[in-house]
Write a protein that binds this ligand. Structure first.
Ligand code: MN
Length: 256
């Protein structure tokens, strides 16, 4: 039997399950907030064209307005100045949309410290337990942050500004420049920690991963339903010509 026939069988008999890793996309979806002097990403908004009425008696449809980086979304290398000569979202090779994933669970550490940063040593500990990180795969950072579904809870502003977990400069440098990983996925509104504006360099995950031609996935959910190793992530962004990123429906295949 071919591998794809086996896959079809496994999907049918439930031995492979499909997990939705995507946050609902609506006008309530939390958004990244930048200081007021900068431009802001837009809320998702539906604009009804017709709903079985005078404007269209037999059909319902909408236009929508959204930021590329609103809700669960995919960061292309061109999103950051360090990647300005690299791929826009329409040029990301389709092979990137189907990749294995490692899931690093730091939920307990984040519960104790919302500014918690993933360090190189946490990746080493993962590898000691589960083997090598998947070559060409994603590192999905499970922080528990997806339980925060309101704007206030997601951004978690404190005296020092946005307060949410992320990755240290040194770890981001290693992922970008030394690892075989293709990118990272997070539960927060962006791949960097809330306090990453104050890091040196600022926003190290954006700066170093995208500058290295790698990718980001933000605002993922249901990472608690994935195994630490062995999941396959499907993440297909819209083919927006010149786009810096795109809303994306992310799912994972897992073996039962
Ligand atoms: Mn983004």
């Amino acid at each position: 039997m071919s591998i794809l026939t086996q896959l079809a069988e496994a999907l049918r008999d439930g031995s492979i399950e499909v997990i939705d890793l995507t946050a609902p996309l609506s006008s309530q979806t939390p958004l990244l907030e930048l200081p007021p002097e900068f431009g802001q990403t837009a809320q998702f908004q539906l604009e009804e064209i017709s709903r079985y009425d005078d404007r269209g008696p037999g059909w319902y449809w909408n236009n929508f307005r959204t930021g590329e980086h609103t809700g669960t979304h995919f960061d292309a290398p061109i999103h950051w100045v360090t990647g300005k000569d690299l791929d826009d979202i329409s040029k990301v090779p389709a092979g990137v949309f189907v990749r294995p994933a490692a899931v690093l669970d730091v939920t307990d550490k984040v519960a104790a410290d919302p500014n918690f940063l993933i360090e190189r040593e946490h990746l080493q500990e993962w590898e000691e337990e589960h083997g090598a990180l998947p070559s060409g795969g994603w590192l999905l950072c499970r922080t528990g942050w997806s339980a925060r579904t309101t704007q206030e809870d997601m951004i978690n502003n404190t005296q020092t500004g946005p307060t949410s977990p992320g990755m240290s400069v040194e770890c981001a440098r290693w992922v970008a420049q030394e690892s075989d990983l293709i990118g990272i996925g997070v539960e927060t509104v962006g791949t960097d920690a809330g306090a990453a504006h104050s890091f040196d360099p600022a926003f190290p995950c954006h700066s170093m991963l995208l500058g290295a031609g790698k990718y980001g996935l933000a605002q993922l959910q249901n990472l608690d339903q994935l195994p630490a190793a062995g999941a396959m992530v499907l993440a297909s962004p819209l083919k927006i010509v010149d786009g810096s990123g795109s809303p994306v429906r992310v799912v994972a295949l897992i073996e039962r």
